[in-house]
Design a binder for this molecule. Structure first.
Ligand code: 7TS
Length: 404
């Protein structure tokens, strides 16, 4: 095990709600005190609207908001901050691409490729826009171990006129880390643009949009220790310039008249109305906090913890891990013979262990795997081996009760 020490004491909720073991980090993470303080500090000291006031406080708020954009650009290694759009989260980021970029390229019966392992938020927006444009939506198959069927991907790229590939970096159910670099290269060789859903990657992997060479990258602040209701879309500059605005309103215009409105350059063209300024400030604080943890060996620790959890749970009679790819991160899904996931989740909750059960907003994946749902334990930087041991013991008790 690495020398990283999980800083549970940095997270007030975990301290206040002891002895609850929180293993639902793929749904949302808890917030460290530095993030909570950044939000309170912003409202107590610097709250004003951005990009419009001539007064000092508005200047400060604008500075903090735009500094947060720079922090996010560095976090993703984007070449410029104006390629960073602030949204309400991954869901809104993906909808933004579907509604403003897809119409430019989905004419003429072209295809959007997703995969069977997508979260509904990387599924439904594409279905809606494809229906609207008369385009085809196809899904790359998932192998029984939870990896992507890359042969099927290559075959679809060959046989279809693919305009867009939209794929998750890390599966929220299986934990699979997809080989996105390879997928992006293959897609580009076939003239398709690539959107990456980074919702489950941002807290766990180092993301470098220039190395990946992706066209769009989306993630949510709340899954990486930042505030809820805030997120990011990275877009390649030339594409953001081609794309029309998304919503109309204040601050996204250059000039308005009855005849014609002209628009600001990206990113402001895509940010109509008063944005979530505190969200940006909170996300910047979360990114700094996460970077500090990473500098102390977090990545290795998280890998060890996931292996430890997998090995422990596999000792339980009749337990089957759903998703056994060699490259995994964050989530551990499983089923236990003779029990229903929901019953297990309920009995775990009674023993103060918080997990998620069900289809995890990935019904097509459940159907592809032929399972009703899973129990999912998902880990954050504060989880200890002791938490895994609590899960193990609570599971054994739950199974004993259910099998009586
Ligand atoms: N994409 C993936 C891969 C996700 O896991 C989620 C949320 C989203 C998109 C949507 O993110 P949002 O912040 O816009 O809601 N996943 C989950 C989950 O696994 N359990 O609760 C939410």
């Amino acid at each position: 095990m690495s020398t990283f020490v999980p800083p549970k004491h940095d997270f007030p909720l975990l301290v206040n709600r002891e002895p609850i073991v929180y293993l639902d980090n793929a749904a949302t993470t808890q917030k460290p005190e530095v993030v909570i303080n950044a939000l309170v500090g912003y409202y107590a000291q610097n709250n004003a609207n951005v990009h419009r006031g001539v007064h000092q406080i508005s200047d400060e708020a604008t500075g903090m908001f735009e500094d947060a954009r720079k922090t996010v650009a560095n976090f993703l290694n984007a070449s410029t901050p104006d390629q960073i759009l602030f949204t309400r989260g991954t869901t809104e980021s993906l909808n933004l691409v579907a509604y403003t970029y897809a119409p430019l390229v989905l004419n003429d019966k072209r295809t959007v490729l997703i995969t069977e392992m997508e979260h509904h938020s990387n599924f439904v927006p594409w279905q809606l826009i494809c229906e609207c444009m008369g385009a085809k939506l196809l899904a790359v198959k998932v192998n029984s171990d939870g990896t992507l069927n890359l042969d099927h991907f290559r075959e679809l790229l060959r046989s279809q006129r693919v305009a867009i590939v939209s794929i998750t970096h890390v599966s929220n159910v299986l934990g699979t880390i997809n080989p996105v670099r390879e997928i992006i290269d293959l897609a580009h060789e076939n003239d398709a643009k690539v959107v990456i859903d980074g919702a489950q990657a941002a807290a766990h992997l180092n993301i470098n949009v220039q190395d990946l060479d992706c066209d769009f990258y989306a993630f949510s602040s709340h899954k990486m220790y930042g505030p809820t209701g805030f997120g990011v879309l990275y877009g390649r500059a030339e594409l953001l310039h081609e794309m029309g605005p998304w919503q109309g309103g204040g601050e996204m215009i250059k000039h308005v008249s009855l005849e014609k409105t002209t628009f600001q350059d990206p990113p402001h063209k895509f940010e109509a109305g008063t944005p979530d300024i505190s969200g940006a400030v909170g996300l910047a604080a979360a990114i700094e906090y996460l970077a500090q943890q990473q500098s102390q060996g977090l990545d290795e620790y998280e890998r060890h913890l996931l292996s430890y959890a997998t090995e422990s749970l596999l000792e339980i009679d009749g337990l089957r891990v759903i998703g056994t790819a060699s490259e995994k991160s964050g989530a551990l899904s499983f089923l236990v013979d003779g029990t229903h996931p929901h019953d297990l989740g309920t009995l775990l909750n009674e023993q103060q262990v918080a997990v998620r059960t069900g289809h995890h907003c990935a019904i097509p994946l459940m159907e592809a795997l032929g399972i009703p749902g899973t129990v999912r334990a998902s880990f954050g930087l504060y989880n200890l081996k002791k938490d895994v041991d609590r899960l193990y013991e609570a599971l054994k008790t739950a199974i004993r009760i259910l099998r009586k």
